[in-house]
Design a protein around this ligand. Structure first.
Ligand code: GLU
Length: 475
């Protein structure tokens, strides 16, 4: 049997962090067993579903490296089939027509509340003679669910969960306007897509018991279910906008790497010993639902950022250059070919110091700029008259030095000694003059990366007190 999982988002909002983790678990589970990972867009809520939201889901999954193995299935396109199954249930006497009006249902609910019972449909039309049907009223179809016994679910994450059939009322499978309900459509689609494992948020657990009643009524094999706990904010409350980035694509904007985000989401609520940093291959090899905990997990941005820094240091330099260039251009800077070459040369040193692509771009922005540079206030403060005089004496020294990092290091140390200063007392004003900032890769690498000519131009501009009017750093 081929293992087949699916991610079934409703395109009514953003692809959020919880959805991304559900997709990841389904993807890894399918890959682990050599199966297939499918995508179903649950667009039956036509009023709230949008094409933009579908696109965000597709883009988000693509960015995370979780694209499905087949084109997405759109739930609305299967509507005729959902109706067909509902009518089959009716024909087999497993569903019945219910003529209750909205007012009657409302009254039923109110009575239940008054009598302190759970508000449930009371089965009015379950055994009533259809000949008594009111004229001109279109009926809804309800499942004739068993009243005795219980539904037992051996959940792959939650363990065994039981619900008595008596606690569930006869659910509507086809509304009076002829449209299938969501609960019914999901079962038909999962069956038709030959889904073997339904892995989804534990907010769907109660739905599962009702869905099992439909499987049983149709005599279909049931998939196995695994309900994974939700992700909460650091404060323990359900994740929402006030917790910061909630859309997956916002994480991209904020400079997180998709592999770092996936790694983090996997570790959030799934464990394999102490292993923290896991490649996609290792994730596929190790992932099963046994390692998924039952408690809700808490989103921890500090941890995610730390992990992102680790992935950034491992990332391919050429890829990082490309991303940084895009970010610099988006920030309004022009990145020349020369600047790009400098960026590539300095990338090993730059990526050691950054935790996100945003930080990396901020740190790299000086390479795309030309004199007069904008200065951070702290950097400007380093360029005292004394420092400028010292840099003036350094200019001829640099002019006479080979511009390799090693030769520059030797020359700077010798210069500091002659000046009677510590290396840092030379390097810090020099760094400020070259970059407009107090942080950069090693000063020897920074000099070498800029090259003799550009370094000299920047030094002279700083000595002459040339500062860009716009002192804003890249945000
Ligand atoms: N469409 C549902 C949601 O967005 C998921 C349904 C399911 O996984 O069965 O939450």
């Amino acid at each position: 049997m081929t293992i087949r999982t699916r991610f079934a988002p409703s395109p009514t909002g953003l692809l959020h962090i919880g959805g991304a983790r559900t997709a990841l678990f389904n993807f890894l589970f399918a890959r682990h067993f050599g199966g297939e990972f499918l995508l179903r867009i649950e667009d039956t809520d036509r009023a709230r579903s949008t094409q933009e939201a579908v696109q965000v889901i597709l883009d988000g999954l693509d960015w995370l490296g979780l694209s499905p193995d087949a084109p997405p299935v759109y739930q609305t396109r299967n509507e005729a089939r959902h109706v067909e199954v509902a009518l089959q249930l009716l024909a087999e006497g497993k569903a019945y027509k219910c003529y209750c009006s909205p007012a009657e249902l409302q009254e039923m609910r109110e009575r239940a509340v008054q009598e302190k019972r759970a508000p449930r449909y009371d089965g009015t039309w379950r055994d009533r003679d259809p000949a008594e049907a009111p004229v001109g009223v279109k009926p809804a179809l309800r499942l004739k669910a068993p009243r005795d016994g219980e539904v037992v679910l051996a959940d792959l994450v939650q363990g065994e969960v039981r619900v008595k059939n008596a606690e569930m009322d006869d659910m509507i499978i086809l509304r009076s306007d002829g449209t299938p309900t969501y609960l019914h459509a999901v079962v038909v689609d999962d069956h038709d897509m030959a889904i073997t494992h339904v892995i989804r948020g534990d907010d769907h657990l109660t739905n599962t018991f009702r869905q099992i009643q439909i499987y049983d009524a149709m005599g279909w094999d049931k998939p196995q279910f695994g309900h994974i706990p939700l992700i909460h904010g650091a404060d323990g409350a359900k994740l929402s906008k006030r917790h910061g980035a909630v859309s997956i694509l916002e994480f991209r904007e904020q400079g997180f790497l998709p592999e770092a985000l996936c790694n983090y989401l996997l570790r959030l609520g799934w464990g394999h010993g102490d292993a923290e940093f896991l490649s996609r291959e290792e994730q596929v090899q190790l992932f099963t639902l046994e390692g998924v905990g039952r408690a809700a997990s808490r989103m921890d941005y500090a941890k995610l950022t730390h992990l992102n820094g680790m992935w950034l240091r491992q990332a391919d330099d050429a890829r990082l250059v490309q991303d940084v260039v895009q970010r610099l251009v988006a920030a309004g800077l022009t990145v020349s070919t020369v600047a790009m070459t400098r960026l590539a040369a300095l990338m090993p040193g730059l990526k050691e110091r950054a935790k996100t692509l945003t930080e990396l771009s901020q740190a790299a922005a000086f390479l795309a700029r030309s004199v007069p540079l904008p200065f951070e206030p702290k950097a400007l403060a380093l360029l005292t008259d004394d420092a400028k005089a010292m840099l003036g004496r350094l200019v001829p020294v640099l002019a006479a030095t080979d511009f390799s990092a090693a030769a520059l290091d030797t020359a700077l140390r010798a210069f500091a000694e002659v000046e009677g200063r510590k290396l840092g007392q030379v390097a810090q004003p020099l760094r400020a003059a070259l970059t407009g900032s107090t942080m950069s890769p090693g000063i020897d690498a920074t000099l070498a990366g800029l090259g003799r000519e550009e370094a000299a131009i920047r030094l002279c501009a700083a000595i002459n007190g040339e500062v860009a009017a716009d002192t804003n750093q890249l945000q």
